[in-house]
Design a protein around this ligand. Structure first.
Ligand code: SF4
Length: 72
């Protein structure tokens, strides 16, 4: 099971699509160019996921751990 997942802030996302280019394994784009996020990130894809988070021009993506409780 994946230890991380991506969380999208839909109010911040502008549909640039950069994230899907950097993490095609975990992000698809809908018909309007907005991301559809996979449920979890495989460990092998974590470097791409980190790159997608840091490259998002709208700061709309963040990565959270799924194996920790109590706090962001
Ligand atoms: S790069 Fe950021 S703003 Fe662009 S589609 Fe992805 S989450 Fe949205």
């Amino acid at each position: 099971m994946s230890r991380f997942r991506l969380v999208l802030d839909p109010t911040a996302c502008d549909g640039h699509g950069v994230c899907a280019e950097l993490l095609p394994e975990g992000i698809a784009l809908d018909d309007w160019g907005f991301p559809i996020i996979a449920a979890g990130i495989a460990d092998d894809h974590l470097p791409h996921a980190r790159r997608a988070v840091s490259a998002c021009p709208a700061l709309a993506l963040r990565m959270v751990r799924t194996d920790r409780h109590g706090g962001p």
